[in-house]
Design a protein around this ligand. Sequence first.
Ligand SMILES: [Zn+2]
Length: 131
Amino acid sequence: MSAAKMIAVLARCERAMQRNEALTVRIKASLIRCRTVKAFSGATFLEKNAGGFFDGEGRIKTHLWEAYSEYDADEVSQEEHLRDPDDGCRHCYSAWRLVRLRKKARQELGAARRLVRHYGKEAIKAEKAAP
Ligand SMILES: [Zn+2]
């Protein structure tokens, strides 16, 4: 493998990691604007502990959470729920769209990592074969 090819593979992997991290930051930035998250932030200690804000796994019940919980993998219904003028939430909808982009970015990261491993194994073979 040439040095240029190695650099290209490493750059592809790093770009994929950066894209994933950037999308995660944007998802968090969207969710923090959700009115459920704002209501939790403004709640008193007793209100926060009264229940209703979190599911059994400690996740806050945002509109995004509702969409995933109620519609499982049905993306059409998830989108309808999030875009509903009364019960929806534009911030959670934005997060939902970003999550979909991140899924694709994670697939690219997986492919890039497999390439790094492939060439890593080739490098080990080359080391062993070297005099
Ligand atoms: Zn929301």
